[in-house]
Design a protein around this ligand. Structure first.
Ligand code: PEP
Length: 252
């Protein structure tokens, strides 16, 4: 039985004050939420304050990126130990906006992933195809390339600590969601790769989140798919009521 994860990626939104106010509002409402894990991903500047506000609650804190080195001359970057120091337990790696805006490669995703695991952070690794790739019928090939490149050299035990987010690039921030069936089909491709590379047990336990214009109105149908183990939510995670409605997705 895989415990679902509902994670919010706040991207470059929210001041420290806004981020803390969000957590204070969300905290009491998720206290009795046993059905899923709840994670929020503030910008670097608000991590410490959000971690302090979330302390003792069910809300876990994710950074949106990290550097693979422990320290060094890397202007603008943040190391794994700095994230731990700021109170993070999770880190988002390889988001399509980082791949696109910063030219992040599968190899760099792999370096970041290994550094996160070595530090004891839970990585949420994003993969997903562009519209062009989907229309060219290359979705499965792209997922395989990202999977094999991103997860190269991991032991099965390291792999068991990872969460994957399948985020078709054409669905991120566009209002265009993959159908639950489309998402489930890509999740199945990823699970099959996981089984081949890291064993059946790890594949069965792997949590694969869907991301791409998830909102309160579509989360129920997505979560009804056996293959979908939660969501990575961008836009709709910025408002506490909207995020809470996603956390409390319809269940029977
Ligand atoms: C994301 O940023 O990971 C994302 C899925 O964004 P949105 O929900 O806004 O599409």
């Amino acid at each position: 039985m895989r415990k679902p994860v509902i994670a919010g990626n706040w991207k470059m939104y929210k001041t420290i004050g806004e981020a803390v106010a969000f957590v204070e509002k969300l905290k009491p409402s998720v206290e009795r939420a046993e059905h899923c894990e709840v994670v929020v991903g503030p910008p670097f500047t608000a991590l410490r304050a959000v971690a302090d506000a979330a302390r003792g609650s069910k809300i876990a804190v994710a950074a949106q990126d990290l550097h693979w080195n422990k320290q060094g001359a890397h202007t603008g970057n943040v190391s794994p130990s700095m994230l731990l120091d700021a109170g993070c337990t999770h880190v988002i790696i390889g988001h399509s906006e980082r791949r696109h805006d910063h030219g992040e490669t599968d190899h760099q995703v792999n370096l970041k992933l290994k550094a996160a695991l070595a530090a004891g952070l839970v990585p949420i690794v994003c993969v997903g195809e562009t519209l062009e790739e989907r229309e060219a019928g290359a979705t499965d090939r792209v997922l395989e390339r990202q999977f094999l490149g991103g997860f190269a050299g991991l032991t099965p035990s390291e792999f068991s600590r990872i969460i994957i987010a399948y985020e078709p690039v054409w669905a991120i921030g566009t209002g265009r969601t993959a159908t639950p069936e489309m998402a489930a089909a890509s999740h199945a491709v990823l699970r099959k790769l996981a089984s081949k590379e890291f064993g059946e047990g790890n594949a069965a336990a792997l949590r694969i989140l869907y991301g791409g214009s998830v909102k309160a109105e579509n989360i129920g149908k997505l979560m009804a798919q056996e293959e979908i183990d939660g969501a990575l939510v961008g836009g709709a995670s910025l408002d506490a009521d909207s995020f809470l409605a996603i956390v409390n997705y319809p269940r029977n």
